[in-house]
Structures are given as C-alpha cells and as structure tokens.
Design a protein around this ligand. Sequence first.
Ligand SMILES: [Cu+2]
Length: 299
Amino acid sequence: MRTSTRLAAYGAALVVLASGGYAVGSAVGPLSSEAGGTSEAMSSAGADQPGGLAASSGGYTLTPADPAFTPGAAKEFAFRVTGPDGAAVTGFDVEHDKRMHLIVVRRDTASFQHVHPEMDPDGTWRVPLTLPAAGSYRAFADFARTGGPAITLGVDLVAAGSFEPVTYQPSRTAHVDGYTVTLAGDLVPGRASPVSLTVSRDGREVTDLQPYLSAYGHLVALRGGDLAYLHVHPDGSPGDGRTAPGPTVTFVAEVPSAGTYRLFLDFQHGGVVRTAAFTVPTGPATAAAPPAAEHAHGH
Ligand SMILES: [Cu+2]
C-alpha cells in the first residue's frame, strides 16, 4: 500500500512535469521560473531549443504504435514520424552513422538505452525493446528528414507496476564493467562548454577505444526535472589527425539553463558498447568556462 501511494504521488509529479514540458515546447501557458531559461533559449535561437520535450514540433509528430510494456519482457517497439502533410516520413538523413537514433530513459534516469531501429518502406520504424523495470519512461527519436534540420521528439512509454524512483547525487566518476570514466569541465548555461571524459581500466588509461557512431564516444545530456534532450557534439573525429582513440574524449555541450544534468557516454572497447552515467550541476553563469584540459574539480 505504501509503495502504491508513493507511486501515485510520483505519478502526479510526473504529470505536472510533463504538462510543464509541453507548455514550454509549444510556447503557450504560464512559464515557471525554471522554464524561463528554456523560453529565453527558444526566442534567441529557435532551432537550438532543447529537443525531446514534445511529441510534436515543427510540423513533425512522433507516434508510437503501443506505448505500454510489461517490465522485463522484450517486445517489438514500432513508431512513425509524420510530417507537416500528415503522411509518414520515409526519407531521413544519416547522422552519426544512422538515420534514426532512439534513446529510452526511465523518467528518473535510472535506465538508459540507445538503439537504432530499422524502417519499413512505409515509414514504420521497428526495434526490439525491453523496459527493464516498472516505471514511466521517455523515448526520444533523434533524426533529420532528408535535407532538414535535426529534430528530437519525445513520447512517454510505460511499464506498469510499482517502483521506487532513484535520485542521483552529483558525480563526475562512473564505474561500468571494470572501466572507470571521469568527467572534467563545467557546463555553463548558454555557452559552448568543453567536457572531457577519460576512460581507464584497472588503473590504466584506455588508448584503443573503437569508433562508435563515427566518434570515440557518443554523449547524451538530459536536463534534470524535465528531461530536455540536448545535442552534444564530439570535438574532432577519428582519422582527422588530431583525435586520439582515448584515453580522453572531448565534447562540446551547450546547456540552455542552470540546473543539474545527467550525462550518458556510450563508448566502445573490445567490441562492446558500454554506457557511463554522470550527474553534473551547471557551473556559475558568470564564471569563464575553464579549458577542458584543466580539472575544474578535484574529484
Ligand atoms: Cu544512435
């Protein structure tokens, strides 16, 4: 009983957040103080507004065939993207090696998946997907229509059942499968901020990372509170003569507002893609962004 009460309370909070996110995405309704930064970012650079807050943006709409899952049970997840004319879009550009990137995160960010669906000729995308545990999830479709701008649309998925939301304290070190990944650099709101991630295993720096999605790492940043999805660009690419296969991979992130962000780094080594997760509060907006090579914090 206690669990279901907690779940109900958390669900109510999610509804508030979700509707707030929708208001931001569609630029209507009262804006909370937290949404102010987003509004500012929107008006100054509409194309750079955070993605993923709405199922529909710029005339494009993401529609899942069935958003309901059974926890732990694999199923084929299918969805379409319809365009301004209402028809399913079938022409997509390749970005980071793929025409469609699907990121699926539990709303508390305790679970993160990055998969690449395949498209049927009629524009239906399909991918095997398992929601590992009960909870409300956000699915982000990151794509560009042929010749069009990059767009990220988001929809909620659900795996029915009780769950306890996880909270995260700030952390710049991640441990995954015997690897340690440390993050250096500050996220400064409104400013292109270099972020460096250094990978080691058993105390030794890893210098033979393998390219994954045309880079030595793929980084996704999500804003705490509303899961705004932020594009993060790798600084350099394999084979450009200045980018080494580890131990350090550098990205440039521009976050739209102060807050705490969850960062997920996908990296490939030994033929396996692993994900390292970080929890990073933004640095003071008045401070100059430190060079990436400096360790801003002694963690
Ligand atoms: Cu992808």
